[in-house]
Every structure is written in structure tokens, then in C-alpha cells.
Design a binder for this molecule. Structure first.
Ligand SMILES: Cc1ncc(COP(=O)(O)O)c(C=O)c1O
Length: 642
């Protein structure tokens, strides 16, 4: 086996790409990360090459690479899994999937989803007025459902009634009895009614970070008492036939299949009992929650799931069928609102490393002279003489010398040059001690902590708060890896820092099959060659939840499609938010900013500090700054902008 091949094998193991990549991502024989948009080997694209081409078109990093064909493949996988499950157990009801708008409401994404989903009668789920308003602009398949969850007021209800008049199969899912009363009033006023759904509050709970979305204490849904009250209201209003859907959702990213099954059994019974009370229920909406295996471990760990799509579909279909048979009711149309599992894979965030920060300096350049302070000489001695037997003792000695030297500096007895030597030496002591600790075969907590603080810090050109907000807010893990050079040996262990002015903007937990990794295996970037890092499986929720902390906005994006016959790619650029757009969203008017500039510059001119032509130059630059990309420019050196 060649050295390169061996390194690539190591890379696949280190990064677990075959486990979380769901056959969409891999590593080429040249050591580059690739995408397989159709989920198989027939077509493979080099991610770094796509990014380099984008940079040539002035579409700079950070950027999202969006692969509509990956999305299409996932939509196919979801529908096929349910179709196979239905055929496997002779299920007589139908299956309809709807995509929850909130999971990724970017127009480019929904456009691709709607067109790929047409053949499957794929519908949409919305939870707010703006989501419904946007969803109504799509000409969905005539059999597709439009499910309206969330809390509603009269204008939301009016919009849903308009949707029915527009020919949509709209279902207004009721979250509370008051809401139902508004709907009944509205129906009486206009003389027709939309399909109505009831969201059940199940006892069954999900598992993982979103478990609180289910269970008796959850924020959503109707308790059994409220459910009975709602049924009575509907009956009295003569709308029993309009009760079409029973809905539940026990949380996103359900990590255990057992929880899925428990909820299904409970909901199946509720469904059957309501049907037997002579209501026209036909849909059983099982919500979302299908887990994404972010770490590839296939376990019930919070970043994974101990089942796959097919197992999920099999269990759901089999349980509904069984419950309906035992209750003697017709099997419903099963509605899935799975979002994360459909959207996660299709987007990759790519950025470039700007700097690698390391502690200390070059110890070989260091000279300790007779004139240097005694403690500095002692530190040098500890460094030179450290070995596998004395490393703990010598490390402790070094700590003492370092503290002494810093106290001396603070009291004015040392120069900056000596302080610098102390830093270099102490860092070398730490590195040596860590090496001996790693060879010792025992784990000493003190050195484990020391190792964490000694990781290289890779400063990457992006904002965690904008691009992967869940990793900050709920410590969600995503696969992260460099896009190139996996045919080489890794030479550094590092963490990733973003460019926000916030110490939370640091990624120091990474997916691993057996645990959570505290660092990534990385390379030393070559001068003047971009070192790209990719963040994978970020297509669900991240774009929707990203915020403008530090006034960083939506990133550039490239939509990549490939012709399966020729392998030819089409790359469509979508510009990210510029400075002007972000400021406008914060209520700054362009003119207000410019007049603020003008007023101050005029005063500086009047006071004689500024020439008229300098003033005009500054104003010109200010005017064009509205179009600036807020992230770091490709060239790191200061450019003089005309
Ligand atoms: C009502 C409802 N349906 C569907 C979903 C989508 O869930 P997921 O993305 O986990 O499939 C959610 C998200 O939590 C939800 O609240």
C-alpha cells in the first residue's frame, strides 16, 4: 500500500466520513473531500475545486455549497422508505410527506424541494403566518397537503381559508380550544370550512435534546380533557366531517427507536378511538423527529440515532396497521413532517483558515546568557533535562520559575525580552511534558487539562453564530474537516475559532464515533494556498436560526448541479448579505449613515484638519462600503482601496 493510500485510509478512520456521510461524501485518491450528489459512486465532485472556481468568480468564503441533487436524493430516500414499508406489510392506507418550512426557509432551498417533491406529492408544513404566506406562492401537486401548525390568530385563519379557495389541501391543526372556536366562527361566517386537525399531547416523549417537545408537560397540543372538549365543539358546530387529522410531534432528532414506537402506539389508539366516535379522521400526522446520524455512531447518543430511515418507516407503518386492525378501523393516510433528515445533507459550509495561533516560539533561536536572570536559567535547565522519569517534577518546577519570572516582570526587574524568553521556554517545557505524559500510559488530569490549552487555534473566516448557531446554543455537533491534503499525514491538533469578537465563537467539540473529540487532526497551511475547512450536514435549521451577531450576515452561496451523463457542473452564485443590507435590517438608513459622515468630515475640513479631496475620498469609500462583504476579504494584506 502506498504512503498516500495509507494516509487516506487513516483520514477516513479519523474523520469517520464513511459513517456519517450517508454515501454523499467521501475522500478521493488525491486526498480531497468529495460529494456524490446522487448518493452513489457514479458521480463525484471535488469540493475544494468548486470553492476555488467560486473564488475566481469573486464569490468568496465563507460560502454555502448547496446541492439540490443531494436534497432530491434524500426526498427520494424518505418516500421510498415509506413505500417499501407499506408494501412490505401490505399497508392499505396512503403515505404523504410534508416538509416543515422552518427547517430551511431559504427560497433557493424551498424552490428545489418543491420541484423535486412533485413526483411524490410532497407538501409543506407551516407554523406561522409568514411561512404560510410564502408557502401559498408554490403551486404544489394537487394531492399535496398544506399543514398549518402553530398558534393562530384571525388573519392566520383567514389566510388558511383563502388557501382552500386557492385549491390547496389545507389542514388547520388546532393547538388550543380557543383557536378552534375562532375557526368555527370563521367557518360559520364564510359558509365553508377547511380541514381541521387536532394536535395531541401524548404521554410518550422523544429522546435527545428536544425531548421536552413531547410528554404531558409539553408546550404544545391538547390534553385528553381539551381533546374531548374540542370534539364536542366540532360536533355541536356540525363540523365532525371536517376533523381530518390527528397530529403529534414528540421532538426533533429522536435518538431512540423505542421512543418512536411508544409514541406511535399511543397516537394510533387515540386516532382509532376518535374515528370510532364518528369523526371523519383520515390523516395520522406523526410529526418530524427522524434523527440524523451526525457522528456516524448509530447509537442513541444525542448527535446520532440508533435506527435508520427504513427501520423508522417499517416500525411506524407496522404499528399503525396493527393498532387499526385491533381497533377495527380503516388505516389512515400517514403524514410525515420529517425535516432534519431531509435537509441536513444537502448543504456544506466552507471557509478558509486565516491564521494558526500557537503558543510560545522557536526554542532553537533562544539564547540564555550569563546576564539572564537565575530563574530563567533554571527554567532552561528544567526544559533541557526533562525526561520520562522526572517530567512531572520538572514541570512543577517550571511552573514555579514561570510564576517567579512574571512576578519579577510586574515589579519592574525584568525586560520585555526576558519575559519573551520565559514564554518560549515554558511552552517548550509544556510540550515536552505532554509528550512524556502521552508515552507514560497513564492519564494524569493535570496534563489532560494542559493538553486542551495547548491545541493550535485555527482562525477561520466565518461566524459560528450566523452559520452553525446550534453548535453555540445547544452544543450540537457537526462533522468538520479540512477539504484537502488527506493524502498527507496530519501534523497538528487544533480547534476552530471564528472571526467574531466573542470567546464563544470557538469550536472545540467534534464528532467522533466513540466519544466527543476535543480537537481536529489538521495540517500546517501552506503560505498563499487557501486551507479550506468544511462543515457538513448543516442544511437543517442552521440557515434559519443564524443570527447577525457582530453584524455578520448570510454568507455567499453556490448552488451546484451536475449532469449525470457528462459530469458537467452548473454553478449558480447567490450573493450573501452585504454591509448595507445588514445595517438596514438594524434600522440604519443609508442616508442617515452618509449624512453622519458628511457632517463630521465637513467639521474636520472647517477646522483645517482635512483637505477637501481627502473628504471626498472618504465619502466615496463610505458610499461603496454598503456593498462590502462583511467577512474577511480573500487577500489578507491591507489593500489601499481607491
Ligand atoms: C410540528 C413539527 N413538525 C415537524 C418538525 C420537524 O422535525 P424534524 O426536523 O426533527 O424532522 C418540527 C420540529 O421540531 C415540528 O415542531
Amino acid at each position: 500500500m502506498s504512503m498516500n493510500h495509507k494516509n487516506i485510509q487513516t483520514a477516513r478512520h479519523v474523520y469517520g466520513i464513511d459513517n456519517w456521510g450517508a454515501s454523499y461524501f467521501g475522500i478521493s485518491p488525491q486526498g480531497s473531500v468529495t460529494v456524490q450528489p446522487f448518493g452513489g459512486q457514479e458521480c463525484s465532485l471535488d469540493l475544494a475545486e468548486i470553492v476555488s472556481r467560486a473564488q475566481e468568480r469573486n464569490i468568496s468564503t465563507p460560502l454555502i455549497l448547496r446541492f439540490p441533487q443531494v436534497l432530491q436524493s434524500q426526498i427520494g430516500r424518505l418516500h421510498n422508505a415509506f413505500a417499501e414499508a407499506a408494501s412490505e406489510c401490505d399497508y392499505e392506507g396512503a403515505i404523504r410527506c410534508v416538509f416543515p418550512f422552518k427547517v430551511n426557509q431559504r427560497r433557493e432551498f424551498i424552490d428545489a424541494l418543491v420541484s423535486s417533491g412533485h413526483q411524490f406529492r410532497y407538501g409543506l408544513e407551516v407554523g406561522t403566518k409568514p411561512e404560510l404566506f410564502a408557502a401559498l406562492s408554490y403551486d404544489l401537486h394537487s394531492d399535496a397537503l398544506l399543514v398549518c401548525n402553530g398558534f393562530k390568530d384571525s388573519s392566520f385563519i383567514q389566510l388558511a381559508f383563502d388557501a382552500k379557495r386557492m385549491g390547496k389541501n389545507v389542514v388547520l391543526v388546532v393547538e388550543g380550544t380557543d383557536e378552534l372556536k375562532y375557526i368555527i366562527d370563521h367557518a360559520e361566517k364564510v359558509g365553508f370550512c377547511v380541514d381541521i386537525g387536532l394536535r395531541a399531547k401524548l404521554y410518550a416523549k422523544g429522546a435527545g435534546l428536544w425531548a421536552k417537545s413531547g410528554g404531558a408537560e409539553s408546550k404544545f397540543g391538547l390534553s385528553t380533557v381539551e381533546m374531548m372538549e374540542s370534539l364536542e365543539l366540532l360536533r355541536k358546530a356540525g363540523l365532525s366531517e371536517h376533523l381530518a387529522m390527528l397530529h403529534y410531534h414528540i421532538g426533533s432528532q429522536i435518538t431512540e427507536i423505542k421512543k418512536v414506537k411508544n409514541a406511535m402506539k399511543e397516537a394510533g389508539r387515540v386516532f382509532a378511538k376518535i374515528v370510532k366516535m364518528d369523526f371523519g379522521l383520515k390523516y395520522l400526522n406523526i410529526g418530524g423527529g427522524i434523527g440524523v446520524d451526525y457522528d456516524g455512531s448509530k447509537t442513541s447518543f444525542y448527535a446520532s440515532a440508533n435506527y435508520n430511515l427504513q427501520e423508522f418507516a417499517n416500525d411506524v407503518v407496522y404499528i399503525i396497521k396493527e393498532v387499526c386492525e385491533s381497533e377495527g378501523v380503516a388505516p389512515p393516510t400517514i403524514v410525515s413532517e420529517s425535516g432534519r433528515a431531509v435537509a441536513a445533507y444537502h448543504a456544506v459550509l466552507v471557509t478558509d483558515v486565516r491564521e494558526v495561533e500557537q503558543m510560545g516560539g522557536d526554542v532553537n533561536q533562544l539564547q540564555i546568557t550569563e546576564q539572564d536572570h537565575k530563574s530563567l536559567k533554571e527554567l532552561k535547565f528544567a526544559c533541557d533535562e526533562m525526561n520520562s522519569k522526572n517530567f512531572v517534577e520538572y514541570y512543577h518546577d517550571a511552573l514555579e520559575y514561570r510564576d517567579e519570572l512574571f512576578t519579577l516582570f510586574n515589579l519592574g526587574y525584568l525586560e520585555l525580552a526576558e519575559r519573551s524568553k520565559a514564554e518560549v521556554l515554558f511552552e517548550e517545557v509544556c510540550q515536552k511534558a505532554l509528550y512524556f505524559h502521552s508515552q507514560a500510559g497513564v492519564s494524569i488530569e493535570e496534563f489532560e487539562d494542559l493538553a486542551k490549552g495547548r491545541l493550535s487555534k485555527y482562525l477561520a473566516n466565518f461566524s459560528i453564530f450566523q452559520s452553525i448557531p446550534d453548535s453555540w446554543s445547544i452544543e450540537q455537533l457537526f462533522p468538520v474537516m479540512p477539504l484537502q491534503r488527506h493524502d498527507e499525514k496530519y501534523s497538528r491538533k487544533g480547534v476552530v475559532m471564528d472571526i467574531t469578537c466573542d470567546s464563544d465563537g470557538c469550536l472545540d467539540q467534534f464528532v467522533d464515533q466513540r466519544d466527543v473529540k476535543k480537537s481536529l487532526e489538521l495540517h500546517v497551511p501552506h503560505a498563499d494556498v487557501p486551507y479550506y475547512i468544511g462543515f457538513f450536514l448543516v442544511g437543517a435549521y442552521q440557515e434559519a436560526l443564524g443570527n447577525n451577531h457582530n453584524l455578520f450576515g448570510a454568507t455567499n452561496e453556490v448552488i451546484v448541479e451536475v449532469d449525470p451523463k457528462t459530469g458537467q457542473t452548473t454553478e449558480t452564485d447567490v450573493l450573501g448579505e452585504d454591509v448595507g443590507e445588514i445595517l438596514r435590517a438594524m434600522n440604519y438608513e443609508d442616508e442617515q449613515i452618509l449624512s453622519g459622515y458628511r457632517k463630521q468630515l465637513t467639521r474636520r475640513c472647517e477646522e483645517g484638519f482635512l483637505a477637501e479631496e481627502e473628504k471626498e475620498g472618504i465619502l466615496r469609500r463610505a458610499q461603496s462600503f454598503f456593498e462590502e462583504y462583511p467577512y474577511l476579504r480573500v487577500k489578507t494584506r491591507l489593500e489601499i482601496i481607491e
